[in-house]
Design a binder for this molecule. Structure first.
Ligand code: HAM
Length: 529
């Protein structure tokens, strides 16, 4: 049996109703704050994540799903060769089992050629190929002629070897449309993609962009409750030129207030907002220096990852989960001691606005977030009921990210909610948001499927949620089916009802049954909601 890949899962009804409820609620909130949706591709060039998120982060160094995509160069060249020379041959067979990936037996009027196609052939195999061919095709009258086909850049090298082995060499140009290999990655997060899109589409012309997204992300982490390899994020980014207000602490506070509103509206209780400032680029340089110095005498006692991080990117030591390293990490200097005056002020202003709008927070100067692009405000919302994976969302400011991807200065701030974790926190109320059918339409007897389908179409046009039975069902089975799916009403469609153009409508909760004229059915069903 083929199962879903480890770390991925199917979302089934009734749980999907909860996902839809969450997504509808967040869309409402985003619209109230004047955010607009952006959809970026699921995969991007690997380079994007390496540069935006950082080579030394766990996400990039350990967790990405990266794959190489290339047209097979040998086949591309073979096709170019075939196009050019097909008319010279009577038949052409692809040869299997040889040391060469692409070799053809090309049958001509007088004899056979074995054509081996480059690039990057192992030329030392050429004599083996000749021997193999000779032994496997004893019926051939003539020893086949060996021909090697290579692209122009390999001609010189190939000529030496073909000459040595008395083999004919033909040079074939690459076709125009040949694409070189590409390294692609399934997005592990969406900020990099959004900033790439911001630069690519010159969104700065629009002033401040307030964008939101909902979609899958991919990380090869160890799966457990609340941690998956395909998971879903609901995120938002506010980005634009500083002149449009993108750098203002008011933006940070607005984002945090939005999140508090959103969690409250969804009925998530007992969340905690943890807040820190990770400073700007210059603070980071002095802080990294201080960390490096503090780590120097102790790093040998730490895990191998930390030993490397201590040299390459000391901030990432804070991502370490190894228990034995934690006492050492506790003693390291904190970023809060290294903030310059503008950063300190910015952070204070964010806190002041939050206090004035009544959003509670806790300062946590160990919170540095696991991605390299953060500057200044960094935050996480945690939720007690989630256990080990208690971060329900995270985010922060990333003022230099656009420049590091080759764009103009474009300060920004954003967040991403782990939708899987949000739904886990909401799970108890699944029953309440599940939309049940208003009515189950039960055709009774031959020829009634047609009538029932007509009625269903009429009712659905009036936004009645209707489900449809089958004329072969006995009445008892129809009642059982309707009750099982939680329908409020059952509507009987029999020959007498059709003749009278009035139908028996039974309320499955109260047991009350009335006969309702066709024209009043939708109204009667809707009015009792
Ligand atoms: P992040 O902290 O890496 O930030 O992820 C945000 C949230 O995604 C986490 O708090 C968690 O709820 C959820 N999450 C992460 N990994 C998994 C997983 N394997 N399974 C289930 N849920 C997971 C970012 O991704 C940033 N792009 C957020 C951001 C936007 N910063 C600025 N703008």
């Amino acid at each position: 049996m083929i199962k879903a890949v480890r770390g991925t899962r199917d979302l089934l009804p009734p749980e999907t109703a909860l996902w839809n409820f969450v997504e509808a609620a967040v869309r409402d909130v985003f619209h109230a704050y004047n955010f607009h949706e952006i959809r970026t591709p699921i995969f991007e060039e690997t380079q994007l994540f390496a540069r935006a998120v950082g080579e030394e982060t766990d996400v990039v160094s350990k967790e990405m799903y990266t794959f190489y995509v290339a047209d097979d160069p040998q086949l591309v060249l073979a096709q170019a060769w075939l196009l050019k020379h097909r008319s010279n041959y009577t038949t052409i067979d692809r040869l299997g089992g040889y040391a060469f990936k692409t070799a053809f037996a090309a049958h001509m009027q007088n004899g056979v050629e074995v054509v081996v196609v480059g690039p990057s052939l192992n030329y030392f195999d050429l004599p083996t190929l000749r021997a193999e061919w000779n032994s496997s095709a004893p019926e051939a009258e003539q020893e086949p002629k060996l021909v090697v086909v290579v692209p122009p850049e390999e001609e010189q090298y190939a000529r030496i070897h073909t000459k040595e082995n008395d083999i004919e060499l033909r040079v074939v140009e690459w076709p125009d449309k040949y694409e070189p290999p590409q390294s692609l990655t399934l997005r592990p997060e969406n900020t990099a993609g959004v900033v790439r899109a911001y630069i690519e589409h010159k969104l700065w012309d629009r002033g401040l962009s307030k964008l939101y997204y909902i979609g899958p992300q991919f990380r090869r982490e160890r799966p457990q409750k609340g941690r998956y390899r395909q998971f879903y994020q609901i995120g938002a980014e506010v980005i634009g030129p500083a002149s449009a207000g993108s750098e203002s602490p008011a933006r940070d506070a607005e984002i945090l207030e939005l999140l508090a509103t959103l969690l409250d509206r969804l009925g998530i209780q007992n969340w905690t907002l943890e807040l820190n400032s990770v400073g700007c680029r210059s603070d980071r340089a002095t802080y990294n220096e201080a960390l490096r110095k503090a780590l120097e005498p102790v790093k040998d006692k730490m895990c191998t990852d930390c030993q490397r991080r201590a040299v390459t990117n000391p901030l990432r030591v804070f991502d370490c989960k190894v228990p034995a390293d934690q006492p050492i990490i506790e003693t390291l200097p904190r970023i809060s001691q290294f903030l310059d005056e503008p950063c300190r002020k910015h952070f204070e202003q964010v806190q002041e606005i939050l206090k004035s709008v009544g959003v509670e927070f806790q300062l946590n100067d160990r919170l540095v977030r696991g991605l390299d692009y953060y500057t200044r405000t960094a935050f996480e919302f945690t939720h007690g009921a989630l256990g080990a994976q208690n971060a329900i969302l995270g985010g922060g400011r990333y003022d230099g990210l656009s420049e590091s991807l080759g764009g103009p200065s474009a300060p920004g701030i954003g967040f991403a909610i782990g939708e899987d974790r949000l739904v886990l926190a909401l799970k108890e109320s699944a029953e309440a948001v599940q939309r049940k059918p208003d009515v189950y339409i039960a055709p009774l007897g031959a020829g009634m499927d047609r009538e029932a389908a007509r009625l269903a179409r009429e009712l659905r046009r009036h936004d009645v949620i209707a489900d449809l039975g089958d004329e072969t069902f006995r009445l008892k089975k129809s009642f059982e089916t309707a009750t099982k799916m939680g329908a409020r009403y059952i509507l009987i469609v029999g020959e007498n009802e059709v003749k009278a153009n009035a139908f028996a409508l039974k309320n499955l909760e109260s047991g009350q049954q009335v006969s309702v004229p066709r024209a009043e059915l939708a109204k009667t069903i809707q009015s009792a909601k």
